[in-house]
Design a protein around this ligand. Structure first.
Ligand code: HEM
Length: 430
């Protein structure tokens, strides 16, 4: 299903791309000075035979024809087979997949002022079906730029985000009272969604919606808020998914949790028990823990998607303009060439050494994308995560239910990550 949807949307983007997008194209002759020493596009590795057939080449590599049950799994398989660059027929054209951070950097550094990308697939299908105004993530060209400018003013300025911190602190405080009574987060994701909904209520109406307590009414309310705020509401819920995975990691690794608890308590002494965006800048271990959680369970499937507006040399091959490129940060984050012992949860790898350096390629880890098309809500998302986590650790020690400590969290992607099972976390009062 996901494969079919993606295929359609990529096709649409490619078709409507060059002719209609309002972008500045540099002359193709001025780019690619190394073209002579590079290999032609035809030589980019790919599966041949029926797998390279137009329209059905990709479908034939998915269930029920193969064991691949998701698009992500399929891309992982090809990466193991071909390495850091390969192409796949998707619909009529080709999509190129990149894994080497140096190549990813080339694509992103060359972005124009109006980076062209495939719309977020599920959202655009939903928008078309319901005949509603497309969300920012689904737009391109001038329409995208004018809408983005207005929203960016309000959402990416640290001062704007900081204004909301007291409201979110209040919501988190009330949640702590409920959690004290319950002693457990039996369905952590559901609880984090009610925290997100309540936070949206405060951000949008400066009003409490009453979603923290579980009831049929609050479930219904959450449903309606999601419908109402389709444009941003869905994004708010991504924060709940990631926060659930993060809390799971803290419960699973008690030594990390203790270290973070110490940092939180030290910080809270100087902030009256509240956390705001500027306080976060002086919580390096919190930042490191969230990054590590995102690295291990990457928030989005594969990573950003761009359509290059001019020819480029990538991985030693000439790639023509208007080729869709998937920048596979998710898989690069699991690669031992980029991260030592990639399966180990070790937030310390994100801390800077005494000289202020960190030995991580700046284009390997892109959970919020990059550049002028990066995630508009990243500051809100992080603020929401940090505030909740800090308050939770202040009051509770997080534990996994006995007998499940060795298990790994199962998750899957619907473009964004989702835990596959209910996440149960025991809260031991401090
Ligand atoms: C942890 C939670 C979140 C993650 C991991 C996340 C991740 C992303 C990613 C990877 C992109 C694509 C960026 C690119 O292509 O360079 C994106 C775009 C976007 N995100 Fe988020 N996001 C999160 C939360 C939010 C929230 C809370 C909001 C809104 C309040 C939001 C609003 C948006 C919008 C509007 C775009 C489209 C931007 C554009 O196309 O110009 N996101 N997000």
């Amino acid at each position: 299903m996901l494969t079919r949807i993606r295929l359609t949307s990529i096709l649409q983007s490619v078709r409507s791309g060059p002719g209609r997008a309002v972008i500045s194209l540099r002359s193709e002759a001025t780019v690619n000075k190394n073209a002579v020493s590079t290999k032609p596009f035809e030589n980019v590795p790919t599966r041949t035979g029926i797998y390279s057939w137009k329209y059905i080449g990709l479908i034939l590599q998915m269930k029920p024809f193969t064991k691949n049950s998701s698009y992500g799994e399929f891309v992982h398989g090809l990466h193991r087979e071909y390495g850091d660059i390969f192409k796949q027929r998707v619909g009529k054209g080709w999509v190129v997949y990149l894994f080497n951070p140096a190549d990813i950097e080339v694509v992103l550094r060359e972005e124009s002022r109006y980076p062209y990308k495939s719309p977020l697939v599920l959202s655009s299908i939903f928008e078309k079906r319901k005949n509603i105004r497309p969300s920012l993530a689904s737009l391109n060209g001038e329409e995208w730029r004018s809408r983005r400018q207005v929203a960016q003013e309000k959402m990416l300025r640290p001062a704007a985000v900081r204004n909301y911190a007291p409201l979110i602190n209040d919501v988190a405080d009330d949640f702590m009272v409920i959690l004290k009574a319950e002693g457990r987060m039996k369905d952590t994701l559901r609880m984090m969604m009610s925290y997100a909904t309540e936070s949206i209520g405060m951000l949008c109406f400066n009003k409490r919606l009453g979603c923290l307590q579980r009831s049929r009414e609050s479930d219904e309310l959450m449903f309606h808020v999601r419908q109402l705020f389709h444009q941003l509401g869905e994004h708010f819920y991504h924060t709940s998914n990631n926060l659930t995975c993060f809390l799971y990691h803290l419960a699973k690794y008690p030594e990390v949790q203790d270290k973070l608890y110490n940092e939180v308590m030290t910080k809270m002494q100087s902030t009256d028990g509240n956390i705001d965006y500027s306080a976060l800048n002086s919580m390096p271990y919190m930042t490191a823990c969230v990054r590590e959680s995102f690295r291990v369970i990457f928030p989005v499937m594969l990573g950003p998607l761009r359509i290059i507006e001019k020819p480029m040399v990538l991985g030693g091959y000439n790639i023509p303009s208007w080729t869709p490129i998937h920048l596979c940060s998710q898989i690069a984050c699991q690669d031992s060439r980029n991260f030592d012992g990639p399966t180990i949860f070790r937030p310390e790898r994100w801390l800077r050494d005494e000289s202020g350096k960190r030995n991580i390629h700046p284009f390997v880890f892109l959970p919020f994308g990059f550049g002028v098309r990066n995630c508009l809500g990243q500051r809100f998302a992080l603020q929401e995560m940090y505030i909740f986590t800090a308050k939770l650790l202040k009051h509770f020690r997080l534990k996994l239910p006995p007998g499940t400590e060795e298990e790994d969290l199962q998750y899957h992607y619907k473009t964004f990550v989702l835990p596959s099972n209910t996440v149960d976390i025991i809260l031991e009062e401090r």
